[in-house]
Design a protein around this ligand. Structure first.
Ligand code: PGA
Length: 261
């Protein structure tokens, strides 16, 4: 039997929440509570201004072997006159290893299109970051039966530009827009349907990669629904928004991650 090499990954996306005080407490509790949770990758994505601070805390507490930091966004150039932007090399430089790309809030509120996201993906790869590529349909697109069409288009833009080595490093997150921050979670079956579609879509291009690529689910993941989602064969972890701000809930989600051997 071929060993399943997909290590579960739980990403906490803190979005634009927090303060030094609140984040200090959050990190202390997550570090303490995750000591016994082994064999999974935990990634904390604080707002950018706190990224270095969180990275420092994790390093001082010597837990960077199982908890890493990630950014919520990055620019597609490494350097230059781009006032207000942050480059992938800068993230790498401060000990950040992951970056969320193409989150629906970036697509919706900041007009990020498929091409820009693909360019960010390549730039992140060149700076040795692991891109966490978000794809997902809106409620209307789902109603119109366009879910597969939308996620394929979002994936295709990246697969067209990215070399295989870049894709091998990446993580995909299926995040139905209608489930983000709404309390409406996709049922395990609804999520699995899209995850398995995505894996077969990848397999048509790169069979081996399809087996290895981690596909996380995101959209109102909570302690109560994590177990059911993680029981599905193609769900390799979660991208958690709201619940990642509560150490108890976040740790509970981490505890439910299924290590497949
Ligand atoms: P949510 O957010 O868990 O609050 O729905 C998920 C996300 O936006 O990544």
């Amino acid at each position: 039997m071929i060993q399943d090499p997909r290590k579960p990954c739980i990403v906490g996306n803190w979005k634009m929440h927090g303060s030094r005080d609140m984040i200090t407490k959050l990190v202390v509790e997550i570090v303490a509570g995750s000591a016994s949770i082994t064999d999974i990758e935990i990634v904390l994505c604080p707002p950018l201004v706190y990224l270095s601070f969180v990275e420092n805390e994790l390093r001082e507490k010597k837990c960077k072997d199982h908890i890493q930091v990630g950014a919520q966004n990055v620019y597609c150039e490494q350097e230059g006159a781009y006032t207000g932007e942050i480059s992938p090399l800068m993230l790498s430089d401060i000990g950040c290893h992951y970056v969320i790309l193409g989150h629906s809030e970036r697509r919706q509120f900041f007009a990020e299109d498929d091409n820009l996201i693909a360019r960010k993906f390549i730039a992140a790869y060149h700076a040795a970051l692991t891109p966490i590529l978000c794809v997902g349909e809106t409620a209307l697109e789902r109603e119109q039966g366009k879910t597969f069409e939308v996620v394929s288009r979002q994936m295709q833009a990246v697969f067209e530009l990215a070399p295989l080595e870049a894709l091998q490093k990446a993580i995909v997150a299926y995040e139905p827009v209608w489930a983000i921050g709404t309390g409406l979670t996709a049922t395990p079956d609804q999520a699995e349907e899209v995850h398995s579609y995505l894996r077969s879509w990848i397999a048509k291009k790169y069979a081996k990669l399809a087996n290895r690529m981690r596909i996380l689910y995101g959209g109102s993941v909570k302690a109560e629904n994590a177990k059911g989602l993680f029981a599905k064969a193609n769900i390799d972890g979660a991208l958690v928004g709201g619940a990642s701000l509560s150490p108890k809930d976040f740790l509970n989600i981490c505890e439910n991650a299924v290590v497949r051997v």
